[in-house]
Design a binder for this molecule. Structure first.
Ligand code: PBG
Length: 308
């Protein structure tokens, strides 16, 4: 009876797996604060992407961990930079079995760890960053990325990247706008995952957890700028925002279950304090029920396996 009357279901195609790839790695490097998640070598990355595809996962979102960083994040736009190399490798491996997606942001590539370039006073320079994002979008599209995840929270980033892609004849590349991305403590383990160089925080460009209406405003701006998909991030603490955005959006709305959400569940489960699998499913159903059409989750392949 419950199965027959359930209002919400999970399906493998509505799960997206974030993956980290580390330049120069010959084997996967475990991420201590995310048990079960690793910085991949190119070989193990390809294997993980194939496993995800075989489990029916809808897509993979790639993050690069470069060996060398600089002030402008040069490796992000270099065709031989790790993320672009990895994208080509994964596309070659899995083809159209799932959607190969890339994180479009400078924080993994800058030596200061911010999502943009800095001005003379050390503040993030919004408009100078847009020029870097335009170039990064072209580099990623050329590497074969089918969907660009704009996670930097610069004002005008969706319009800038859409314009750059269209001008390059790449109107086929999809833009996922991290429309409402909150300045969150839940990104903690991600810092380890990408060896982030950041000291301080991103409060100058990510949103204040106190603000619900502002999340909706950010979503509307991104829709106006041409976003193909909207995202709310993190998931668990922002289900109200997710619900608001889903109510007004005429494009798909996704949620990102971030590193800290993963780490909390794994840590509590490792202590025997919660029923791991049940809680994982509940968090994902919660995001879907609140309005997410799909969810980025580090458990994507595992959960897709349960659902099959
Ligand atoms: C920025 C980016 C971050 C995450 C995804 N993209 C870090 C940040 O904004 O501080 C966090 C994802 C997670 O915590 O799982 N490139």
């Amino acid at each position: 009876m419950r199965r027959l009357t359930a209002e919400t279901r999970l399906h493998p195609a509505e799960l997206i797996l974030p993956l980290f790839v580390r330049e120069g790695a010959s084997e996967p490097h475990p991420i201590a604060s995310m048990p079960g998640v690793a910085q991949h070598s190119l070989d193990s990355l390809k294997r993980a992407a194939v496993e995800a595809a075989e489990a029916g996962v809808g897509g993979v979102m790639l993050f690069g961990v470069p060996q060398v960083r600089d002030a402008v994040g040069s490796a992000a736009t270099d065709p031989d930079g790790i993320l672009n190399v990895a994208t080509r490798a994964v596309v070659d491996e899995v083809g159209d079995a799932l959607v190969v997606q890339t994180d479009l942001c400078l924080d993994e590539f800058t030596d200061h760890g911010h999502c943009g370039v800095l001005d003379a006073d050390g503040h993030v320079d919004n408009d100078a960053t847009l020029l870097r994002y335009r170039d990064m979008a072209i580099a990623q599209a050329e590497a074969g990325s089918q969907l660009l995840g704009l996670s930097g929270m610069m004002d005008g980033q969706v319009a800038a990247v859409r314009d750059a892609l269209d001008a390059a004849g790449r109107s086929d590349v999809v833009i996922l706008a991290y429309a409402a991305k909150y300045a969150s403590g839940f990104y903690g383990p991600f810092r380890e995952a990408v060896d982030s160089q950041l000291s301080g925080d991103r409060r100058a460009y990510q949103q204040d957890p106190a603000n619900r209406r502002e999340g909706l405003r950010e979503a509307r701006l991104d829709l106006d700028e041409g976003a193909d998909i909207l995202m709310v991030k993190p998931a668990l603490s922002y289900l109200d925002v997710l619900s608001d955005v889903a109510a007004i959006s005429d494009v798909p709305v996704w949620a990102y279950q971030v590193s800290g959400e993963y780490a909390m569940v794994e840590a509590a489960a490792a202590n025997g304090w919660i029923d791991r699998d049940r809680v994982i499913e509940e968090t994902l159903i919660g995001a879907r029920r609140a309005g997410a059409d799909a969810v980025l989750t580090y458990w994507a392949t595992e959960v897709a396996g349960w659902l099959r």
